[in-house]
Design a protein around this ligand. Structure first.
Ligand SMILES: [Fe+2]
Ligand SMILES: [Fe+2]
Length: 205
């Protein structure tokens, strides 16, 4: 059991793949060090919250989606990493004689996680795509930005900075996504401003 092991009750195959991807994320030079703790781990945490909410979801399929969906990014395959992750999941799981019907489901979960050319259809795919998007809200970028400006700027002024100076694009590849989240970002800003939050994660509030 690794130090990152949580009480997620995966099957041993999923735990094995989880350990393998965590190790790869720690050693690869293709991603920054925040990607494991602030993205992959957060996606897993949200995915499990959603699995608790929707107990009919197959937790192993979601878990495999968590650990395969961005594996292309660990290998420098940013463009088309949804296809790469889906293919890699299929290759690895085929090798391990995983149930072929479930492999198809994991494939679809990885393939649709960006909600771009392929949309999530199964419950498991919807959970992963949602958890993936939710992880951006705990990213320290907004936390630090709001902390920094909370005493001198209003949310409207910060919003202008985000949108016109394109600050968010350093962290989120799609500015449209940021516009889509403005309402939630404003709520986060109000919480930080009103409660004078110092250094806890946004999600803890
Ligand atoms: Fe991704
Ligand atoms: Fe992701």
């Amino acid at each position: 059991m690794t130090s990152e092991m949580k009480e997620y009750n995966y099957s041993s195959l999923v735990s094995e793949i989880r350990d393998f991807v965590i190790e790869e994320a720690k050693t690869t030079t293709k991603i920054d060090s925040w990607f494991l703790p602030q993205h992959l781990m957060e996606v897993e945490r949200f995915a499990n919250v959603l699995c608790d909410k929707f107990p009919e979801a197959d937790r192993d399929i979601v878990g495999l989606g968590v650990w395969f969906h961005d594996i292309g990014r660990l290998r420098g395959q940013d463009e088309g990493h949804d296809v790469y992750g889906a293919e890699e999941a299929k290759r690895v799981l085929d090798d391990k004689d995983f149930d072929s019907g479930k492999i198809e489901k994991v494939y679809a979960v990885c393939r649709s996680h960006r909600c771009k050319d392929v949309k999530p259809e199964s419950l498991e795919a919807k959970i992963l795509a949602t958890a993936d998007a939710m992880s951006h809200f705990t990213h320290s970028f907004y936390f630090r930005l709001f902390q920094f400006y909370k005493d001198e700027l209003s949310f409207e002024e910060i919003k202008e900075k985000i949108l016109t100076n394109n600050l968010a694009s350093f962290y989120i590849h799609d500015l449209y996504e940021t516009r889509f989240k403005l309402e939630l970002l404003e709520k986060i800003f109000r919480v930080i401003k009103n409660k004078q939050i110092e250094n806890k994660r946004i999600i803890d509030y």
